[in-house]
Design a protein around this ligand. Structure first.
Ligand SMILES: *Cc1c(COP(=O)(O)O)cnc(C)c1O
Length: 452
């Protein structure tokens, strides 16, 4: 049996039983799922020994490469010591140490760490906490305010505050009545207008919404700087500054969903730092364990924590839980990940490598079918369009992004375009040659994909 047969065999066995996330399974009739047997650094290896650069950090979770020895060692030690205990009524070293370290790292005054086990769960907890806080003040504020094109997860509460029709429309009748405000997306700026001017002008819509609805809404929830699942659309930090000021003026919470952008992605440890603001709640997940195990946290302030702190019969407690909340293994992986941030100047590296990614994409600057190349730190996106001057998109049913995905695989690069937006969010350990291979594969893929 050749090793090619091993790939095929695993794909066939998979398709007999596995239902994949975010996938029209019929697509696998023409392109089966890629069976992988190992992963190390930025490289994924299939059962045929072929290697692929993980240009999307496995859905944005991996920071320092796959199977990083420091994280692997920590996990091996932890599994032999204490695997998992419930975090109600008990505690463990990794949960305590991680909460201490996160409290030091996130902006003041966020000092309290509430654990959950995935990003959507953190968003749900933050929404509930915010609503519950106002209830403790004698106010019922059942609504939330969020931005157009936002994404905050797939569970019903998180989906309700999102705005990507592909994921949301079907479930509309099940969802909370949320207020969506046109956002600061800089792809929509007029010719010659700067990111800052566009983002500043876009704030007028938020100001008007707050004036009208702040009293009936608990919080504004945003993804700082990059709307990742929303086609990697980006904006200027000034919007966050204006938003923080306005949330104070209108007495409403600000929830920063840093699940995708946290832990260095945009060139600062947290994206909020670029606006020099602190939210009332910060949701973190994805990169927190270096991409090894599911974990999430909601960081909040002592003032909010104190609103829930009272004698039991007052029934003020936040009675929310998940079975794997604050798993010792996941917390230990997170501690190892944070140790890697201390071991070298990771953020300088992210900024330099982000610039190198942009330089590698220079040949696309004047491409007739490239409507935009945008970047924050090590997140770069290229928007494919039918007409560059008018930014007219291709007919989405042509699925040109999928052609780029297929081509890149033949060059040993795993890309996963969002529609016709090709993006790069590789692990921070990618080197210059790998950056050139990754972006080069996309450039050639784009040339093929725009032909008819
Ligand atoms: C991925 C993501 C989530 C959801 O996290 P899951 O772990 O996939 O549930 C929420 N918000 C943002 C900004 C994300 O990118």
């Amino acid at each position: 049996m050749t090793s090619t047969d091993h790939n095929t065999q695993w794909a066939e066995r998979d398709l007999a039983h596995v239902w994949h996330p975010c996938t029209q399974m019929k697509d696998h009739e023409s392109l089966p799922p890629l069976p992988l047997r190992s992963a190390r650094g930025v490289w994924l290896e299939d059962f045929n020994g072929r290697r692929y650069i993980d240009a999307v950090s496995s859905w944005w979770v991996n920071l320092f490469g796959h199977s990083h020895p420091v994280i692997a060692e920590a996990l091996k030690d932890q599994i032999d010591t204490l695997d998992h205990i419930m975090l109600a009524g008990m505690t463990h070293g990794p949960a305590v140490e991680l909460a201490e370290q996160l409290a030091q790292l996130v902006p003041d005054p966020l000092t309290r760490c509430f654990y959950a086990d995935n990003g959507s769960a953190a968003v749900e907890a933050a929404l509930k906490m915010s609503f519950h806080y106002w209830l403790h003040q004698g106010q019922t504020r059942p609504r939330f305010i969020s931005l157009s094109n936002s994404y905050h997860g797939e569970t019903l509460g998180a989906l309700a505050v999102g705005d990507v029709p592909l994921y949301k429309s079907t479930y509309g009748p099940l969802l909370l009545d949320n207020i969506v405000v046109p956002g600061p997306d800089c792809y929509e700026r007029a010719e010659g207008v700067s990111w800052e001017a566009h983002s500043r002008a876009a704030f007028a819509a938020m100001e008007a919404t707050l004036a009208e609805h702040a009293h009936s809404a608990s919080a504004v929830i945003v993804e700082p700087l990059v709307q990742c699942a929303g086609s990697m659309r980006m904006y200027h930090p000034v919007y966050l500054k204006l938003l923080r000021e306005a949330c104070d003026r209108y007495n409403i919470h600000l929830i920063a969903d840093e699940i995708a952008v946290g832990f260095g992605r945009t060139g600062t440890l947290f994206a909020c730092e670029q606006a020099d603001i602190a939210p009332d709640f910060m949701c973190l997940s994805k990169g927190i364990t270096g991409g090894t195990l599911p974990l999430s946290v909601v960081m909040t302030s002592e003032a909010i924590y104190q609103a829930f702190y009272d004698d039991y019969p007052t029934m003020k407690a936040f009675l929310h839980s998940h079975s794997y909340t604050g798993s010792a293994l996941a917390c230990r992986a997170a501690l190892a990940t944070l140790s890697l941030f201390r071991a070298s100047d990771v953020l300088a590296d992210v900024r330099a490598k982000g610039a190198a990614m942009e330089a590698a994409a220079a040949p696309l600057r004047d491409h007739p079918h490239v409507g935009d190349i945008r970047r924050h730190g090590m997140i770069m996106a290229i928007e494919l369009v039918q007409d560059r001057a008018t930014k007219t998109p291709f007919d989405w049913t042509q699925r040109r992004g999928r052609r780029i995905h297929r081509h890149a695989l033949t060059e040993g690069v795993l890309l996963r375009p969002l529609g016709d937006v090709v993006y790069f969010m590789p692990p921070y350990v990618i080197n210059q040659d790998e950056i050139e291979q990754m972006v080069g594969a996309a450039i050639r893929g784009i040339d093929l994909a725009v032909r008819d």
